[in-house]
Design a protein around this ligand. Structure first.
Ligand code: ZN
Length: 376
């Protein structure tokens, strides 16, 4: 069997849309491909998201009803070319696997969405959203949620991230914190006259590690909150008492806000260190909300039926953080490709996955004829 979106995938892989590069040429190319059958808008400041929908979708919204839109991100992480056995920007077939940067995350899934949209019966409502900067601050999705509410009306999003066709209905959000502590410097031969900031930072790191262990035994909505210290720095030279130290850590959780035990620990440690003479501050560097769509909703049940998959919690964050967490748009995450080959050299997607995804995405659109109605 032929993969219908193969020439599209080839073109997408040729475009370097890795972090720091523009995704606009990709958006413009897809806009051209869809232009004869879809209304296409390029929306954003500088970089542009692509939003496409057909007349049937527009009518559906006018009737106050929902329609399906596929969603993917156009950017990729950067490639370390020295680690690749072939050029990351050329689609290369070997043993039924297509190699190339973004083949799984998410140019392969996007090519399957486009081929389903091109083959779609124009009577059936359908749409597409392609975002920029998902691998960064998700500013593309943020722009749409903040500025284009009307355009997003009635949408139920199928985000084609590489889940190996697992059907995700929820994933964690995260909070990235920076904890800074300042003590008092001095000569290393007289440590008792100083106040070593590295000791406070080490104690703090241990407290986070301890709480992380406690969390690993807990469950919220079937999911376990996690904590990770990702970066620690402090002091400058060995013969001086360290005056400053910084600990960066993150919490991931499915609830609306960080776990209370974490808030308590942060407050308690601040009070403790200040009583010892340190000054300290805690900054929330960035945060993304969790995504959650009711797994008993018609939307998720229909996708579960069509994909023959039980809805499941996913480990990794997607644009659903923004579209669902901030924009309250129903989101499912369902796509070809394996997350384990993403963000690393020699990324690939299998031929079988591309074929399955083209069929599944077409089935999702066609299910609207069969009366598996979205409003039921
Ligand atoms: Zn991705």
């Amino acid at each position: 069997m032929e993969i219908e979106g193969l020439s599209i995938l080839k073109t997408l892989v040729l475009m370097d849309t890795s972090t720091g590069k523009s995704t606009l040429p990709l958006a413009e190319y897809v806009a051209d491909v869809l232009a004869s059958k879809y209304t296409v808008k390029l929306l954003g400041e500088g970089e542009k998201n692509l939003v496409a929908y057909n007349d049937a979708a527009k009518k559906q919204v006018q009737k106050g009803q929902h329609y399906f839109a596929f969603c993917g991100h156009m950017d990729t992480v950067p490639a370390d070319q020295s680690q690749w056995k072939i050029s990351p920007f050329e689609l290369h077939l070997e043993n039924d696997k297509y190699f190339g940067l973004g083949t799984s995350d998410m140019k392969g899934p996007i090519s399957c969405m486009i081929s389903a949209l091109l083959n779609n019966d124009p009577c059936l409502p359908a749409g597409l959203i392609l975002t920029y900067d998902e691998e960064g601050a998700m500013s593309g999705a943020n722009y749409l949620v903040e500025n284009c509410k009307e355009t997003l009306q009635g949408i139920q999003l199928i985000i084609g991230e590489p889940t190996s066709f697992r059907l995700g209905y929820m994933h964690k959000g995260f909070s990235h914190y920076v904890f800074s502590v300042t003590g008092k410097g001095g000569h290393s031969s007289l440590p008792e006259q100083g106040l070593n900031a590295v000791y406070a930072a080490a104690d703090f790191t241990q407290a986070i590690a301890h709480l992380s262990k406690i969390f690993s035994t807990q469950s919220n909505n079937g999911s376990t909150p996690t904590l990770n210290v990702g970066k620690i720095s402090g002091g400058d030279v060995v013969n001086r008492v360290a005056e400053k130290a910084i600990v960066e850590f993150e919490a991931r959780y499915t609830a609306d806000k960080p776990p209370q035990e974490l808030e308590d620990l942060l407050e308690g440690k601040k009070v403790l260190y200040e009583s010892q003479g340190y000054t300290c501050s805690l900054a929330l560097q960035s945060e993304q909300p969790a995504a959650y769509t009711d797994k008993d909703s018609i939307f998720i049940r229909l996708l579960s039926y069509l994909s023959k998959q039980q809805p499941t919690l996913l480990d990794f964050a997607t644009d659903a953080s923004i579209f669902n967490g901030r924009g309250e748009i129903p989101c499912a995450i369902l796509g070809p490709g394996n997350i384990n080959v993403c963000h690393q050299p020699n990324e690939y997607i299998t031929r079988a996955d591309l074929l399955t995804a083209e069929k599944l995405y077409a089935d999702i659109l066609e299910s609207q004829i069969e009366g598996l109605s979205l409003t039921r």
